[in-house]
Design a protein around this ligand. Structure first.
Ligand code: FUB
Length: 325
């Protein structure tokens, strides 16, 4: 497998969240599937119904598909659309965080618990209290405190919470175009990893002059695909800019921010969405991402790929090898 080939081709995969557990690299992606639903800005074509977990002992080596780890039919509050998941390990257990629409069509975030990194995962019967929107990303800091980052615009419904309380008139709408950009959200997780242990707060991204990135700056503002990793004591918040299709990052001194915009990691890929994670494995750092090459460019049928990244002396991220066209 060259590093720009899909990690698997027998199923469509997207939104990869990568973690190293017990010396192996695990990837928790969305499981894309065929649908007759036409593409729209609400993302209705992303109609996924279960999760598979994948693992490998080496980047570029054989990839094991551990089969179905969780399915929508097993979760009492879910109606449809199991979107981008993530996983965490703590207290000898493994936690799968996932967004889905509830029976009213509103995105919430659920958690399911397993004894092994690959699952199966047993879902909690209700979504996490006070959770909303999509794309949960968990991060367990060196002191053991865990955090959950989340949020996504347009079909991800983050714009419905622009003024705090849920505003149903913004379902299916775009974000406000004036003022500061809407922020991703973050909350501390409880010690049992099943609930929020702090209020939900904004993940503020500042520009070099310490002003929040404006909503009009579509090349740099947050859209979806939150991810957190730590490198040399600094916290790297990375994300997708959505309608401009970049993967960007911002650097901070605290997992709660604020973060200062740092640059782009990946230029637009084939397919509308771009979504990633970053993890260190066996002394090298990798970007896990997706594109739609496996399906010949169909937006909702994507494939996960891996590329090595490096940091310069100032901690700026770049792809180790130039990006293929
Ligand atoms: O896979 C469904 C959605 O597409 C994800 O939640 C977004 O991040 C985008 O990749």
């Amino acid at each position: 497998m060259a590093d720009k080939d899909p990690i698997v081709t027998h199923v469509y995969t997207a939104d990869p969240s990568a973690h190293v557990f017990n010396g192996k690299l695990y990837v928790y992606p969305s499981h894309d599937r065929e649908t007759d639903i036409k593409d729209n800005d609400n993302g209705d074509q992303y109609d996924m119904s279960d999760y598979h977990v994948f693992s490998m002992k080496e980047v570029g080596g054989p990839v094991t598909d551990h089969g179905v780890a969780l399915k929508a039919d097993d979760v009492p509050w879910v109606s449809k659309q199991l979107w981008a998941p993530d996983a965490a390990a703590k207290n000898g257990k493994y936690y799968l965080y996932y967004p889905a629409r509830d029976k009213e069509g509103i995105f919430r975030i659920g958690v399911a618990v397993g004894d092994k990194p690959e699952g199966p995962f047993k879902p909690e019967p209700e979504p996490i209290k006070d959770s909303f929107s999509i794309d949960p990303a968990s991060f367990v800091d060196d002191d053991g405190q865990a955090y959950l980052y989340f949020g996504g615009l347009w079909g991800g419904q983050l714009q419905c919470y622009a003024n705090g309380a849920f505003d149903s008139t913004q379902l299916g709408a775009n974000e406000p175009s004036d003022g500061a950009a809407l922020s991703a959200k973050v909350a501390k997780l409880s010690d049992d990893m099943l609930s929020f242990a702090s209020p939900v707060t904004d993940v503020v991204i500042l520009d070099a002059s310490r002003s929040p990135i404006p909503a009009s700056d579509h090349d740099r503002r947050f859209f979806e695909a939150a991810w957190m990793h730590k490198y040399k004591g600094k916290y790297y918040f990375s994300y997708s800019t959505g309608d401009t299709h970049f993967l960007c990052y911002a650097i901070g001194d605290s997992p709660l921010g604020p973060f200062t915009y740092g640059g782009r990691i990946l230029e637009p890929v084939i397919g509308w969405t771009t979504h990633h994670s970053i993890a260190e494995f066996k002394g090298k750092w990798y970007l896990f991402y997706h594109d739609s090459t496996l399906s010949g460019g169909r937006n909702h049928l994507r494939c996960v790929k891996i590329r090595e990244i490096v940091y310069d002396a100032e901690g700026k991220i770049r792809l180790k090898d130039p990006q293929p066209q």
